[in-house]
Design a protein around this ligand. Structure first.
Ligand SMILES: C[C@](O)(CO)[C@H](O)COP(=O)(O)OP(=O)(O)OC[C@H]1O[C@@H](n2ccc(N)nc2=O)[C@H](O)[C@@H]1O
Ligand SMILES: Nc1ncnc2c1ncn2[C@@H]1O[C@H](COP(=O)(O)OP(=O)(O)OP(=O)(O)O)[C@@H](O)[C@H]1O
Length: 285
């Protein structure tokens, strides 16, 4: 069988409320996920010796900790028959630890790719179950539709927010999700809101509850948000460090991005409600 090349897109949390904390310490969220038409690309090449390998490591991530390898191993453990194995090549564009869900997206792309390559015939709900054990953001990438999410992010209701353009900026700092969720001053009691399943409202009416803590600990993020907010609604995604400004047209987003303060990386991308991964898989069928 030939190689399979698939996208592994980024997500944004258009807003993120923390509405409580479970006994195991995990935070209960209400958030709106949308995908970006921008991300990594993974290529899967079947092997004959049953091994699961990366063509090249991601610098700073041991192969056995890489969510791609962990997803492939976990999937292979769900079946009893001998599998042919795979080599996976990664073209990484998404910054790590940026709040764009890069690792979770890589895991989801791996699950869908190997389900196809290995002929496992598992449905999306089964693959999302396998993925949830790897990270709370994996299920939305497996299902592939923009979603209103509750729980730790696994209770999903498809949503259709406007497909606007985003200028995504990566302030020059790395933020650990664990650090932010451990902060004493974090807002953990935002009242639950009720949102119609087909969410089409204005997400900028709602906030990201991590933003105050992240602004305080990382002045680079604070300054970036202050700058972006001059041009339109600006938010943190996940626990950061990436921030985004939302614009109705590509040219507006590109003009603002081009005038960003020096030393800030980032990109411009369109928000999409169907994941580029699922679009590609449909084309292949
Ligand atoms: C912030 C979001 O990106 C929003 O989409 C996600 O909730 C993050 O989910 P994730 O990447 O799967 O998070 P992980 O990297 O597994 O979590 C790291 C650590 O953050 C804390 N954590 C994470 C998610 C959550 N809902 N509550 C938490 O308290 C836990 O201490 C966990 O050990
Ligand atoms: N394939 C992978 N791609 C990126 N990071 C990975 C991968 N596998 C493991 N990791 C680890 O996961 C950590 C978080 O990376 P990721 O890019 O998913 O963060 P994030 O965008 O903040 O995600 P989230 O929004 O889900 O918190 C990295 O610092 C890295 O150590």
């Amino acid at each position: 069988m030939n190689s399979l090349t698939l996208p592994s897109p980024a997500k944004l949390n258009l807003f993120l409320h923390i509405v409580g904390q479970r006994e195991d310490g995990y935070h209960e969220l209400q958030t709106l996920f949308q995908f970006l038409d921008y991300g990594d690309t993974l290529t899967f090449t079947p092997r004959t010796d049953g091994a699961i390998r990366l063509a090249e490591p991601i610098p700073g991530v041991a192969d056995e900790d890489n969510l791609i390898i962990r997803a492939a191993r976990k999937l292979s453990e769900t079946v009893t028959r001998t599998l042919p194995g795979v080599t996976i090549h990664i073209q990484k564009k998404l910054p790590m630890g940026g709040g764009l869900g890069g690792g979770s997206s890589n895991a989801a792309t791996t699950l869908l790719a190997l389900n196809r390559l290995w002929g496992l015939d598992m449905n999306l709900a089964q693959l999302a179950d396998v993925g949830l054990a790897l990270g709370a953001d994996v299920p939305v990438f497996v299902h592939g539709h923009a979603s209103w999410a509750e729980g730790v992010g696994e209770k999903l209701t498809p949503a259709d927010p406007p497909e606007d353009w985003f200028a995504v900026l990566k302030p020059d700092c790395d933020i650990s999700t664990r650090e932010i969720f451990s902060e004493q001053g974090l807002t953990r009691n935002t009242p639950r809101i009720k949102i119609a399943p087909a969410f089409e409202g204005d997400a900028s009416r709602y906030r990201n509850d991590c933003e105050d803590v992240v602004r305080r600990l990382y002045p680079e993020v604070h300054q970036g948000l202050e700058w972006l907010a001059k041009f339109g609604p600006a938010r943190l995604t996940g626990t950061g460090a990436c921030i985004f400004g939302r614009f109705p047209t590509e040219s507006k987003a590109r003009n603002i991005w081009a005038s960003r303060p020096s030393g800030i990386n980032g990109f411009v991308a369109k928000g999409v409600n169907i994941s580029p991964l699922h679009k590609k898989l449909t084309e292949l069928n």
